[in-house]
Design a protein around this ligand. Sequence first.
Ligand SMILES: [Zn+2]
Length: 276
Amino acid sequence: MRKNYIYAILSIALVIGIVGYFAIDTTEQAPVEDKEQLTATGVYWSYTGETGPEQWMNVNSNYEACGRGELQSPINIEIKETADQQEAVKLAEQISLNYDQAIFAVENNGHTIEANSTTLENSLLINDKEYKLTGIHFHSPSEHQLNGQYFDMEAHLYHESEEGKLAVIGLFIQSGEENQILAEMWDEIPTDGKEAAKILKNPVDLQLLLPEQKSVYQYVGSLTAPPCTEGVNWFILEQPIEMSDKQINRFSSIFLQNNRPIQELNGRDVYKFNLN
Ligand SMILES: [Zn+2]
């Protein structure tokens, strides 16, 4: 009698268990909390929290350099500690800038606003090797520091050689006059990653985008976002360019903070010279 009672209870429990299991919607996955973390490769990373810079290495096996690399970017540039002047003069002689106008297609890739050059006519010559300008994107606040100081924003102008080597010109952006050169781009900034890239009507004059003074700090570092690939030739212009508060706020209303923390210098030399 007692046994039957126990069997009955166990049977009811089993039925409740089975019904309960199928009643739960097992298709419901954890929601994607932040679509801005989605990259073109479908791997999630972000600038804060569980997929933030400290975890980039763990997000994907291809991102190991983000955690183990020793030539990483960005860095703090201490103006007084720039290296051997003679070497800097030699470097300066090997580098020239071939900038004219470029038409850009602007998109929001979830991590930044990216303006891709629709032509490959602008370039940076390093040791007679051509690095073609492929695009510009932006960070808020700046990624690099000068003497421990951040700027409001930083623009990165990407150049790539035929062999896939990278050279990046970094422009600090500080609050000031409205930037006319980037005005149309800013009017067309896609606020949402789902929007198609917008091709700007007017060319951007790259010579006019750069600051008057062409003093640069050069060092070898990495991509500042996953996969943090090393061997990137960095040229950071000392004189900041300006954007109005309205322009800066327009960007930070979309990307409040998209800068990687400062990385260890690890004995690397930083050279200072003028870009021609
Ligand atoms: Zn960048």
